[in-house]
Write a protein that binds this ligand. Structure first.
Ligand code: ADP
Ligand code: ZN
Length: 739
């Protein structure tokens, strides 16, 4: 996967009045539409413009000369150029590249880059609050104190931002306003705290010799510029973040913008705090939980080059950086970098492309790099920087398995006697523990004890998960909810339902029985729903207000809690089932990351994995701390089967409301499938979720040799089949999910 020969950046070509220009609209259409440049206007490639589209007005981007898509007589004038920085040439090339690679309409990719239409108009003044120096005699609370501290340390800000930074609700800020402690001021939109630039001159911590060596290499690469991929590999707690902060500083020093991609950025309060401490100012933040105002301000500030560092989720790749000079993809192996709907792409891979097109370095950081990345590093395509030890001599935790076949765990209980004992010891020692179970809710399955009926989602082929705290049954695939029925819908027996298997809520119930008085919190995506809730949870753990965290995978990432010394995986086998190509690799990564939460400071950590498969290579690798052997075996089996990264895969997902039509299209695609050397088509087969959100789904999998031009094969194939109306065919190049 390398971008087509990157053409050197050029001055954007200008288009004069009367000339034909192509305009790309953020819509899933074939290509650009031609418009005429109006009198008294000169347009350049990348300009944002409004144009007539049928009876509507649409906003798009000037995308080169007109291609003759509209006959002269029918061609309409561009309405106007918007008062907004043009989209940089490299961003436009990136959009075209992503569209070609993913077989998406360029307009669909552009849509991701134009996700904030409001930002294209000049900013309006916003209401903010400033400290009232004369205020006195109002009631003080902890939350109010935090808000005032935030204001004392920074410029006036709008209510939502103040609340967010102080880790409280907007009501607290309004309360302070009512009490006269803060006063309203009008700010031009731009002055919303983003203009404080991170200070690269602020000294970082003293680095260990390993860290310093890695940091120097990164700095050199950043100073030199030019494309290159560096794998920064280090055990959890080795200081990868500190090290890549040095590269960030270097890029800033040379006037570049920086993008740090982080999975679960919305929950990364600790990362933000560290960044602010290191650079004296917060970065711009980009993820889907921002308010419309935050998105508008950030998008514009990035486009105008005022925001120098952005930390974001995968969609941040499509921000219009004019001076991007460094990307860091932290936790590069993380599956959440893969976007699964709309334009299906892997942000880690596309970030590498973005760096190549922009001609600058990219850092991939991880304690458990993906097999793809490891092999790229071995082949010398990527440079590797290793941090072999935890910072400050903290030792890696001891990892042990608990063989659940031998443990006598009471029925309807999920904590083995051994894990219970370890928890007792941990709490007795005044330390903290974490229990990991990657299942939200109370129980994954609700079953009628009389007739065996299973509560299923009517729109998906999936069981409904009981959420006892919320008092409902919930489909984790489509969000369908139902109140648990009093009687079985099948046999009509009353109160006959039994919960099968544990979720985090049920585990909490057991904890309450076994450890009365233990202060615990459940951490799952439905209990930690906002950055504020995440920050609050982190603070409570740091302050030791909590003895035990019971959580799903959202707790496995990046956190650093010095008192946390015991980590227990309640069902370590959970990810190993299912036919996923990367099941073993992912389980290894997840459990290793999880283990990395334990014993990060002076107190040594312990990790206990409850498993029914203690001899599984994943468990063996974890116990022995031997990733090499595991990766070797994993690579060998993929090599033999021609699976990625030794071969290439693409999936076609055929879906629609009408099952017969879906089947017909899937069969037609199957019959028209490409043949030839090293090309195989598997399917059509019902997708594992053959019914999802009310849509019937079939899958076809294309497997080719590594050298094959997969996109050409796909394009040719899709071109040969007529897709029934109302049937959708989605292309997933390099699939991660096999659902
Ligand atoms: P990683 O990203 O590899 O998991 P971090 O960068 O989060 O590791 O470092 C783990 C902890 O050690 C953090 O609290 C960090 O601040 C601290 N740390 C790492 N390197 C240093 C250093 N050179 N000086 C001081 N603290 C450090
Ligand atoms: Zn559903």
């Amino acid at each position: 996967m390398t971008p087509a020969a990157a053409s050197p950046p050029s001055e954007a070509p200008r288009h004069l009045p009367g000339q034909r220009v192509g305009v790309l609209l953020p819509l899933p259409l074939g290509g650009t539409y031609d418009y005429r440049v109006p009198d008294d206007t000169a347009l350049a490639d990348g300009d944002f413009v409004t144009v007539p589209l049928g009876a509507r007005k649409a906003t798009g981007v000037v995308w080169g000369k007109g291609q003759g898509s509209v006959p002269e007589a029918k061609m309409k004038d561009v309405f106007a150029r918007l008062d907004c920085p043009s989209m940089p040439e490299v961003c436009r090339r990136f959009i075209d590249w992503v569209a070609r690679y993913t077989l998406s309409a360029p307009g669909a990719v552009l849509k991701m880059a134009m996700s904030v239409p409001d930002a294209l108009n000049p900013p309006k003044p916003v209401s903010a609050y400033a400290l009232n120096p004369k205020a006195e005699g109002f009631r003080m609370t902890k939350a109010r104190e935090r808000v005032l501290k935030v204001l004392a340390e920074g410029p006036p800000r709008p209510v939502t931002e103040l609340a967010l930074e102080a880790g409280t609700g907007p009501g607290v800020v309004r309360g302070l306003a009512d009490a006269g402690a803060i006063i309203p001021v009008q700010l031009p939109d731009r002055a919303t705290g983003l203009e404080a630039s991170p200070d690269w001159q602020k000294p970082g911590p003293d680095l260990s010799s390993d860290q310093a060596r890695a940091a120097e290499k990164l700095q050199e690469g950043t100073e030199r510029g030019g494309f290159g991929v560096v794998l920064l590999e280090g055990v959890p707690g080795s200081g990868k973040t500190e090290v890549y902060f040095q590269a960030v500083a270097e890029a800033l020093k040379h006037g570049g913008q920086v993008l740090v991609l982080l999975p679960e950025i919305a929950l990364s309060a600790q990362w933000l705090t560290r960044f602010k401490e290191r650079f004296g100012a917060p970065p711009g933040v980009w993820h889907s939980d921002l308010t419309a105002a935050q998105r508008r301000v950030t998008w514009r500030a990035v486009a105008e080059g005022r925001t120098r560092v952005v930390v974001g989720a995968r969609s941040a790749l499509f921000l219009p950086f004019p001076d991007l000079a460094l990307i860091v993809a932290d936790e590069e192996h993380d599956p959440s970098f893969k976007q699964e709907d709309g334009v299906i792409y892997n942000a880690r891979d596309m970030a590498v492309v973005r760096a190549q097109l922009g001609g600058f370095p990219i850092v991939l950081a991880s304690a458990t790099p993906s097999l793809e990345t490891v092999l790229n590093a071995r082949d010398g395509r990527y440079q590797t920087l290793l941090l072999p030890d935890r910072h400050a001599g903290a030792s890696l935790p001891e990892i042990d398995v608990i063989d659940m076949r031998k443990e006598e765990t009471p029925s309807q209980c999920w904590l083995s006697p051994r894990l219970r004992e370890s928890l007792v010891e941990t709490f007795a020692g005044g330390e903290q523990a974490m229990l990991f179970l990657n299942r939200r809710g109370y129980a994954p399955l609700t079953l009628c004890q009389t007739c065996g009926h299973r509560m299923q989602c009517p729109r998906c082929i999936a069981w409904l998960v009981e959420h006892r705290l919320g008092g409902r049954l919930l489909c984790h695939h489509c969000g369908y909810t139902a109140v648990p029925p009093a009687r079985c819908p099948e046999c009509k027996t009353e109160e006959s339902f039994a919960a099968c298997g544990p979720g985090v809520e049920r585990l909490a119930e057991e904890v309450e029985t076994v450890f009365p008085g233990i202060r615990y919190r459940i951490a799952a995506s439905d209990t930690v729903t906002s950055p504020r809730a995440a920050a609050d949870l982190v603070r409570r753990i740091e302050d030791h207000d909590i003895d035990l965290v019971i959580g799903t995978q959202i707790i496995t990432k990046g956190y650093h809690f010095p008192l946390l010394t015991l980590v227990g995986a309640v069902d370590a086998d959970l990810g190993l089932t299912g036919g996923d190509l990367r099941a073993a690799e992912r389980t290894y990564q997840l459990l290793y990351q999880l283990a990395g939460r334990a014993g990060r400071a002076e107190r040594p950590g312990r990790v206990l994995l409850q498993t029914y498969m203690p001899e599984h290579p994943v468990m063996q690798a974890l116990i022995a701390g031997d990733r090499e052997t595991f990766l070797e075996a994993e690579a060998e089996s993929r090599r033999q089967t021609g699976m990625p990264p030794f071969g290439r895969l693409a999936a076609l997902i055929v879906s629609g409301l009408d099952e017969a039509a879906v089947d017909r299209t899937a069969r037609d695609l199957g019959r028209a499938g490409p043949t030839g050397d090293g090309v195989t088509v598997l399917g059509p087969a019902p997708a594992p979720f053959a019914l999802l959100r009310g849509r019937h789904r079939r899958r076809l999998l294309l497997k080719t040799a590594k050298e094959t031009n997969l996109q050409a094969v796909l394009r040719d194939w899709l071109g040969r089949v007529k897709v029934a109306r109302k049937v959708r065919v989605q292309t997933d190049v390099d699939p991660y999910s096999f659902l």
